[in-house]
Design a protein around this ligand. Structure first.
Ligand code: BGC
Length: 729
């Protein structure tokens, strides 16, 4: 790309860039420039290394619980990006010599990360160095890099060493039982390893081609095999080195090293340029299906693409036993664990634009039903109770304690015990996928079991209050995690009632349309007439804390009496209110962390009340919300757009849009807020476009921001792809 095109609208709305270099924002930039392909994710850290960087190479599914840890982590693999360059014997580094120019750019359209630098060493030689990298979308085990060095001033001696670095794995737990380096002459280098608890084996292997000099094998370190080329350049001459890396684990093959070498063989024959062409062609297909085009708002346009990019690079294309963690594959946050974020925030854009991938993610839950059954059984319930945090085993992996601040007492984490609404969120996403995709095969053979066995759990979990002749749920955590172990969360109780209604309808439908399958499944899940009657009773008598006249929900028993704080004056605020006020005092306060009743209104729409009633709930709950969770703004934008609250809708949309791009929460270093990313699509499509199902059909009720001239997107409905262009009135 020439510098004159940097500022064209086309480039601006497809690019995340940094120029000049901002060392203070290094963690943030590393995260937002992560590349990936649904198999691997690599942060945008520099090839030559930088102080305090977080280098991370993650692949889905490879978790390990290190001896000193209480829960498993997604394991950081040896770093395949490492490349060192010497100019006249001086190591190129951005803290040495003089950086005369710098631009790092992630092209969202092609998922290509580039960095250009003009660098002068102490001897006065000036070189232009260009780095490129992409994780092939066509060949998901392949990472491709190219570095070009051009002599701009002087005739420098150049050395380039391309390495795999297993010596400086990021700080944190030690996950490796064995980690070894090796090489195959000068044909390839590799690192292999086995995790110390889960026994996953991985291989990272690389091959190098350089159009100048001879390659020699010369390890940089104990665990850093490298291939090095030395040559001299005349002024105005350039040289290129291509490094192709293959990553495999024993999750995808019996012998990862053999597979990695085979992959390298194939990739080398294809060559960098053709690999890139194939990769780009796959991305063109991705964007054809998933892009949302906004005319009239470049900032919203770029943010939508940025957010969709991050969901797409994390979405497993060929593996239905893994899911997307709350921080994708872009950093260490939440240890790579999977939450409800996937089902309620990331799945909708995939269900409508990439249904095959959406199915993979639901199959992950299906394959892990046993973990959910174990959790229910251990707690004394029936059916399947999905873990709040999930990894490769499907068992509950939420830590029980945390010490967020050094000098304060540790805090018990209750979400793993009591944030039980996740079982219904998963059922919701399963039904949503079925209704939009019409994928009956999946639904009858797998999806129905998810919806029904989680309903079995709820039937055993609800509590009958004899005195008041009603069903209740005590000790819950709703979406608003500031308030723990509450009784009768309006969100949870309402969603459970909804869930059981769906389950009853599903049983009828199954019996009518697939009688044999119905019989076998109902027998296996022990769903008999008595259980169905119980579900009906619970539906009829579930207590929902809500004023029947006004329709105002009480978020949980006693919420109205909590001490209210006028949040309008608590600005500018970076920290969450619970961090400011303290964990225990927060229990007595009436501010909330994220969309809770608002989330209920988003999910149930008109079933959560008339327009007037929903407006009343909005008026009550919107001012109480601190958006302490990145999941909150997009849901607020969605609901505000439906209520016709245009200013609030756009404000909340832009808040969600910039959470990662502008590091609004100050913690992007830990990884992308993937739910906020998926949520932005929801705000646009469910919110502004007003797309909903209408029986067997779909309908729109657009309410676009007034300055948007149009919004165009595609979606799948029952096996057919539709394109729609909506215009502002
Ligand atoms: C939010 C949860 C979310 C989790 C992971 C928490 O701060 O409150 O709703 O699932 O982060 O993103």
């Amino acid at each position: 790309m020439t510098s004159t095109s940097y500022f064209s609208p086309e480039v601006r709305t497809w690019t995340v860039s940094e120029a000049p270099f901002h060392p203070g924002k290094q963690y943030h930039t590393e995260t937002i420039t992560t590349i990936g392909n649904g198999y691997m994710g690599l942060r945008g850290s520099f090839e030559e290394g930088y102080p305090n960087e977080i280098v991370s190479t993650l692949i889905h599914g490879v978790y390990n619980q290190a001896p000193e840890e209480i829960v498993p982590d997604l394991v950081n693999l040896p770093n395949p990006l490492a490349i060192q360059i010497m100019v006249d014997g001086e190591q190129f580094h951005m803290q040495k010599g003089s950086v005369l120019g710098f631009r790092r750019a992630l092209d969202l359209k092609t998922a290509l990360l580039t960095r250009g630098i003009l660098w002068r060493n102490s001897k006065g030689s000036i070189v232009q160095i260009t780095f490129e990298r992409f994780a092939s979308l066509e060949h998901e085990h392949v990472l491709a890099q190219r570095v070009t060095v051009r002599a701009l001033w002087g005739d420098p001696e150049i050395e380039i060493a391309a390495a795999i670095d297993a010596d400086r794995l990021s700080a944190g737990a030690n996950h490796w039982q064995v980690l070894e380096k090796g090489h195959d002459g000068t044909a390839s280098i590799h690192c292999t390893g086995t995790t110390n608890q889960s026994n996953y084996q991985i291989a990272v292997a690389a091959t190098v081609q350089c159009d100048h000099g001879e390659l020699v094998y010369e390890p940089l370190d104990n665990l850093t095999p490298a291939l090095r080329a030395k040559f001299s350049l005349k002024q105005d001459q350039g040289a290129s080195l291509v490094k192709l890396t293959a990553i495999h684990s024993n999750r995808d093959t019996a012998d990862p090293l053999v597979a990695a070498k085979n992959t390298l063989n194939t990739a080398s024959k294809i060559g960098y340029d053709e690999l890139y062409n194939g990769h780009q062609a796959e991305w063109a297909k991705y964007w054809y299906d998933s892009d949302i085009e906004i005319d009239g708002d470049e900032i919203a346009q770029r943010a939508l693409r940025f957010c969709l990019y991050h969901v797409l690079i994390a979405a497993p294309r060929h593996d239905d036993r893994v899911s997307i963690g709350a921080k994708t594959l872009s950093g260490p946050g939440y240890k790579g664990h999977v939450f409800w974020d996937t089902e309620l925030f990331m799945l909708p854009p995939l269900t409508l634009t990439q249904p095959k991938i959406a199915k993979n993610l639901l199959m992950y839950r299906y394959h892990n039903l046993q973990g959910a059954r174990n959790k229910a059984q251990e707690a004394g319930y029936e059916g399947a109770m999905f873990p709040w945090e999930s990894t490769d085993t499907g068992e509950e992996t939420t830590p029980r304690w945390t010490s967020p601040y050094p000098d304060t007492p540790r805090i018990r984490i209750w979400t793993g015990d009591n944030e039980q609404h996740i079982s219904t969120d998963i059922a919701y996403a399963t039904l949503q996928y079925w209704h939009w995709s019409g994928d009956e095969d999946f639904f009858v053979n797998c999806g129905a079991e998810i919806v029904l066995d989680t309903a079995v759990f709820w039937g055993s979990r609800v509590e009958y209050n004899r005195t008041l002749d009603r069903y209740e749920l005590s000790q819950q955590i709703g979406p608003d995690e500031y308030h723990e172990n509450v009784d009768n969360s309006a969100f949870t109780n309402s969603m459970v009632r909804w869930h059981l209604r769906q389950a009853l309808q599903l049983v009828d439908w199954l019996k009518q349309t697939h009688p044999q399958k119905a019989e076998a499944l109902l027998a296996r899940l022990k769903i008999d007439a008595a259980r169905l009657e119980l579900w009906q009773r619970v539906i009829d008598k579930m207590y929902i804390p809500r004023d029947p006249q006004t329709g105002l929900y009480e978020q949980f028993d006693g919420f109205f009496k909590l001490h209210k704080v006028d949040l309008t004056h608590w600005t500018p605020k970076v920290h969450n209110m619970d961090a400011i006020m303290g964990h225990e005092p927060t229990q007595e306060m009436g501010f909330i962390k994220q969309a809770d009743i608002v989330m209920l209104m988003a999910l149930l729409g008109e079933d959560a009340g008339t327009l007037e009633q929903r407006q009343r709930n909005w008026d009550y709950y919107y001012p109480l919300c601190d958006h302490g969770s990145s999941l909150s703004p997009s849901t607020h934008a969605w609901v505000a757009a439906r209520l016709g609250l245009d200013d609030e809708a756009y404000y909340m949309f832009m808040y969600a849009a910039n959470i990662d791009l502008e590091d609004l929460k100050g913690n992007v270093r830990d990884g992308i807020h993937a739910a906020a990313s998926g949520g932005l699509w929801e705000a646009a499509v469910w919110g502004f476009a007003g797309l909903t199902l209408d029986g067997d059909n779909y309908k729109f009720d657009p309410n676009l921001p007034k300055h948007w001239k149009s919004m165009k997107f595609r979606f799948w409905h029952k096996g057919k792809q539709h394109t729609v262009t909506l215009t502002a009135e």
